[in-house]
Design a protein around this ligand. Structure first.
Ligand code: DX5
Ligand code: ZN
Length: 216
């Protein structure tokens, strides 16, 4: 399988959300990446259910929802209802991660776990077989447009080895500061899904930029 591209809607023009959703539909992108921030887990607030519902009306591809919120268990069922296909929670926000993963799957969604830059990959050794996707944060979560943290490559290689050693099928996603320079290196290291926000939506030709990342 070639790698997947998930444009981050956080970097879209919210006054032209339908237009930007259609742009992603028409492009070579595979998923919509949707960042939910609560102002508590991260120092920023993005958007919530009404906006996700609006995106769902126009998005013709998989909805990959990344929760940067405390106590995500409270809203698992609600995110399913508003259209999430994949629901990713933060390792650092879950006291009972295994229970949370089960709850996400019981709603019929794929379960993802995101790791902050300071969180070691090996903390997932006892849950990796229950995780559909690990999102390695390559910036500190909370804002788009930050620069890529180089240690991410080591984490991808380490995670790939962990997945292999446990005979798991977990996919590796990279989120934050992804661009045309680091994309091929990330894919080479073992990344399966690349999230990109600013690099796509701030470019002159977002459809062309998506195609470029897809060909990385
Ligand atoms: C960061 C978010 C990312 C962000 C990526 O907290 O989780 O998904 O939108 O944006 P760029 O690609 O601009 O770093
Ligand atoms: Zn994200």
């Amino acid at each position: 399988m070639s790698h997947l591209i998930a444009p981050s809607i956080l970097a879209a023009d919210f006054a032209n959300l339908q237009r930007d959703c259609e742009l992603v539909n028409e492009s070579a992108a595979d998923w919509f990446h949707i960042d939910v921030m609560d102002g508590v887990f991260v120092p920023n607030i993005s958007f919530g259910m009404p906006v996700i519902k609006a995106i769902k009306k126009h998005a013709m591809k998989t909805m990959d929802v990344h929760l940067m919120i405390v106590d995500p268990d409270r809203y698992i069922n609600t995110f399913k209802k508003v259209g999430a296909d994949i629901l990713t929670v933060h390792y650092e926000a879950c006291t009972h991660l295994h229970r949370t993963l089960q709850a996400i799957k019981s709603e019929g969604m794929q379960a993802g776990v995101a790791l902050n830059p300071h969180t070691p990959v090996n903390l997932l050794k006892d849950t990796i077989q229950d995780i559909d996707l690990v999102c390695i944060m390559s910036v500190n979560p909370g804002f788009g447009g930050q620069s890529f943290i180089e240690n991410t490559y080591n984490k991808v290689i380490e995670l790939k080895a962990l997945i292999k050693s446990k005979d798991a099928r977990t996919k590796i996603q990279i989120d934050g500061g992804v661009n045309a320079e680091n994309a091929p290196l990330l894919v080479k290291a073992g990344a399966d899904i690349l999230v990109a926000g600013s690099f796509i939506f701030r470019s002159e030709n977002p459809i062309g930029t998506i195609a470029r990342l897809k060909q990385s």
